[in-house]
Structures are given as C-alpha cells and as structure tokens.
Design a binder for this molecule. Structure first.
Ligand SMILES: Nc1nc2c(ncn2[C@@H]2O[C@H](COP(=O)(O)OP(=O)(O)OP(=O)(O)O)[C@@H](O)[C@H]2O)c(=O)[nH]1
Ligand SMILES: [Ca+2]
Length: 495
C-alpha cells in the first residue's frame, strides 16, 4: 500500500492529465451550451405595417419582432398605432384621390418610426373591410378608383408594399381569432382557444372552435388551420350590415316605414332631436331597397329613452323565423353550440367600457338596468355629465348597449351563464385585438404549421447545467492548485 502511494506521489502526471482533460471538457461544454442557448442573440428588429381600412375609419399598425426569431410564438407585437384623420376610405367614393391623401400623415409617421435601414424590407399591407365590401357591391368602379388612389399613395413610400385588397368576411373573422389566440399564447401550447367577437361599423364577426363542429354542416362557415402542429376547425361568420352603424341604419329605416316624417326612437334619449336626410340614411345597400316611396327630404329623429321598447325595435332587425340547420344564430345562418371563452373587441369594448359594464360577472339583469337607466337620462343631462365625449358616440351608446345585448343573447344565444365567459377587451399584452396582426402573421408565414424546434434545454435545465459545471470547474481548480503546491513543498530543497 505504502509503496503504491509512494509511486503515485513520485509520478503525479496521470492524475494531473485527467484533471486537465476534465477541465477542458467542462470549459468546452460550458461554452457550447452558452452559445447554443443564446444563439442567435440579436437586438435587431424587423417590422411589418398593416393598414386597417374599416368602414368608419382607417388605422395604421406597426408590428415588430426580433430579427432572428420570426417563428417563436408571441414574439410579434404592436409598437405603434396611427389613427387616420377623417372617415373610412369607402366614404371617398366621389373624390377617390382624397382617400389616398388621407393616409399620407400616418404613412409619414410610419416612415419616422421604422428604422431607415429596414424600410425596403418592411412589408406594407392594406386590408379593407365591410365599408369597401358595401361600396364594391353598390358601385364597383368607384371602389376600384378608391383602391387605385390608395395604392398610388402607398407606392410613394419606401416600404415593400404588398397590395391593397378587400378581405372577405370569413378572412376578417378568422384573422381576428388568430390575433387573439396568438397574443394570448394559446396556439403554440395547444391550449383551448378563445373565440373572437368583433363589432365593427358595417359588419360583425363571430369565430370560435366548437368540439361538436366538424365543418360539414355549413362548409362556408368553416376555416381549417394547422398551427404549431395542431389542427383547428374554426367556425366563423361575418354579418354584413350588422356592424354598429349599419345596424342603426336598419333600425332607423324600420322606423321610418311607420312614421316617415318624425321618428320617436326609444333607443335615443328623451329630449334628443336631430334632422336626418333620407339620402344620407338610404345611401347604403343595407337599407337602400327599403326606402319609402315619395319620402320627404329629411325626417326628424327624436328620442324617448325607453330601453324595453328599444330592445323590441332592435329585435325586429333580426330574423329568427327560419333555420335549415341543426342550430342557427339569426337570418338563417348556421351556428354550432357556443363553447369556451370569448374575447369581444372593437365597438363591443368601446360601448361596454363607456357604460362601465366590461365586468361580465355583473348579472345580465343588472346590465339591462344600467343600460335602461342610461337610456332614460335626458339628453341635456347626458351631455352635461360627459363634456369630453364625442356627441355622436354619446347619443348612440343607448342604442349600442341595447344592440350589443340583443346580438349576444338573442342573436348568438349567449345565456346568463355563458355571458360570463365573455371578456370585453381592447388590447392583449399591448397589441390591439383585431384582424390585422393575424393577417400579417399569415401573409409572412410567421406561424409555422409544425411546432418549431425548442431550444436544446429548457431555461431551468440550462441554468442548472451551467451552475453544476461551474461548481465542478471551481472544485477542479482548487484540487489542482492544492496538489501543485503540495508537490512544490515536497520537492527536496537544493542547498
Ligand atoms: N365610443 C367609441 N366608438 C368608437 C371609437 N372608435 C370607433 N368607434 C365606433 O365603433 C364602431 C366600430 O368601430 P371600428 O371597429 O373601428 O369599425 P370599422 O373597422 O371602421 O368597421 P368595419 O369595417 O365594419 O370593421 C364604429 O361605429 C365607430 O364609429 C371610440 O374610440 N369610441
Ligand atoms: Ca373593423
């Protein structure tokens, strides 16, 4: 035994070599893991711009994402929104050049916001929704002229302009659903998805996944996606003319049939009175076929502020009498049974937020009481109580509140239980809820069909590995140093 120990002490090299080899392996492992884990680490961002040309207004959204991580979920976020001054592009049918002109200020803002070296590669899209759908139905050469004017303007900017087009109602609904679920990180993890409810000015969309729906009953309402390795069979429907502004036209048109000169509208406050021109009311294909014969130039629109009567009139713009499917929402449109959570945005949010009703744990009976009391408030008092609010919005919240309740409960069949599953939202993690993000993600192929490769180690594993290796390295250094000094101290002293 003692002879062996003596030999080892005389020849320490094998042990030292082993220690050095282990040390080198540990260092190489540490460097490799650190490089792999953080690769590619970049602070550079890429950008995408989407113009949402809605019926009531246009908004420009700028999105950004880390340049090297296009495929990671939840990485794309909105960095800026610019609200275009003036009405939606479809309102410029008689002077199309103004539609192009109206976008210039927001586009210049985008030019400032996106770093110059990224301009040429930044995709720019314009998607138009129900306002242009209606104009196209009514006068396709006018809608073509608006698009030409808009495209001319957008081509003058140094971005990678990918074209301007009308989205179908199905696309609008489906991309709204993609946005909501992408932002809430529901897709990559294959979690139960959230339905999307969008209430625009001219159309409204409902989109959700229901386990008892395979798409066969009404194929035109079905959109299939394969995202991050999961298949989704989405139900979606867009109701043209059932956005907030067009629904109000339907309501007024209904009432002018009975009283062509003065409408006493239960959905407007007592004391409200305004002259409305017939040509303004009947300028949309949603109502143009209902114009009474020999109508006067204008009618007087007055309010009586009666919520129950308002609900009755609102109900009359929906048709519940026929359904050739197993279940319908309204107007004979198929709808599977509601399932899961829903995010309700756009006018759903604006209206319910104003009425302090975004909390859906408030029972529906109480919701009705709140809207009823708002409707009954005299118009002068309403204006006095809310001096900073746009008068047009203020006047319409009573109608809009009643419309939203009727659409959700009678139209889509939400019950007092399933109503609690709705969340009224404006933004998710800083990005606006709406179709624009989903549209861009789709066109840039930013959501892969298959799950992306995960990093070599989960973060916790990475940290543990690096810590263990660092401790091992530290121990090795201490042991080697100690051996080295011991050897030095045992060497015979030369006198
Ligand atoms: N109260 C309130 N209403 C708003 C606001 N912004 C827009 N609205 C109204 O809410 C409704 C829906 O607005 P949007 O979602 O922008 O509608 P849109 O995209 O122009 O219309 P679609 O093409 O049908 O989607 C319209 O009647 C708008 O006039 C707001 O800040 N507050
Ligand atoms: Ca919209």
């Amino acid at each position: 035994m003692s002879a062996q120990r003596e030999m080892k002490e005389k020849n320490p090299w094998p042990v030292t070599i082993i220690i050095i080899v282990i040390g080198v392996i540990v260092i190489v492992a540490l460097v490799t893991v650190a490089v792999l884990q953080n690769m590619p680490l970049s602070q550079k961002y890429k950008y995408g711009i989407v113009l949402d040309a809605g019926s009531s207004h246009t908004a420009l959204y700028i999105y950004e994402w880390p340049a090297e991580k296009d495929n990671n979920t939840g990485r794309v976020q909105q960095t800026h929104v610019c609200k275009v001054q003036g009405p939606g592009i479809s309102s410029y049918a008689s002077e199309p050049w103004k539609a192009g002109e109206s976008l210039m200020a927001c586009m210049q803002e985008a030019q400032q916001r996106v770093p110059g070296k990224r301009h040429l590669e930044t995709p720019l899209y314009l998607g138009a929704t129900a306002g242009m759908r209606l104009l196209n139905m009514e006068n396709s050469s006018a809608s073509d002229a608006v698009f030409r004017a808009v495209e001319r303007s957008l081509h003058t900017f140094p971005f990678n302009f990918q074209g301007a087009r009308i989205l179908s109602g199905q696309e609008e609904g489906a991309f709204g659903w993609v946005t909501v679920n992408y932002l809430a990180d529901r897709l990559e993890q294959g979690l139960e998805t959230t339905g999307a409810l969008d209430l625009g000015g001219a159309s409204t969309q409902i989109s959700f996944v229901s386990s008892n729906y395979d798409g066969s009953e009404s194929p035109s309402n079905s959109v299939t996606f394969r995202l991050y390795g999961n298949n989704y069979n989405l139900y979606t429907n867009s109701f043209l003319c059932y956005g907030k502004d067009q629904a109000m036209k339907l309501l007024l048109a209904q009432q002018t049939l009975l009283a062509p000169k003065t409408i006493v509208d239960p959905c407007f406050h007592p004391g409200y009175s305004e002259a409305v021109s017939y040509s303004g009311l009947y300028d949309s294909p949603c109502v143009s076929n209902r114009k009474p014969q020999g109508a006067p130039e204008a009618f007087n629109h007055t309010g009586s502020g009666n919520f129950l009567q308002c609900q009755d009139v609102v109900k009359s713009i929906f048709n519940f009498t026929y359904c050739k499917y197993s279940h319908c929402s309204f107007n004979g449109v198929f709808q599977p049974l509601l399932q899961g959570h829903f995010g309700a945005f756009s006018a759903y949010y604006f209206v319910m937020d104003f009425l302090n009703l975004t909390d859906t744990s408030i029972p529906l009976t109480k919701v009705k009481e709140v809207i009823s009391s708002y409707c009954a408030t005299p118009w002068d008092e309403v204006k006095r109580q809310h001096p900073g609010v746009k008068v047009k919005y203020l006047a319409e919240y009573c109608f809009a509140g009643a419309y939203i309740l009727t659409l959700l409960t009678e139209g889509y069949n939400f019950t007092s239980d399933s109503y609690t599953q709705i969340e009224f939202i404006k933004k998710i993690k800083g990005s606006d809820a709406g179709w624009t993000l989903g549209y861009m993600l789709n066109l840039t192929n930013m959501i892969p069909a298959e799950a992306p490769d995960s990093p070599p180690l989960p973060y916790a594993g990475y940290v543990s590995f690096v810590t263990v290796m660092a401790v091992l390295l530290f121990v090795l250094v201490i042991v080697s140093t100690r051996r080295f000094w011991l050897r030095c101290s045992k060497r015979p002293q030369i006198v």
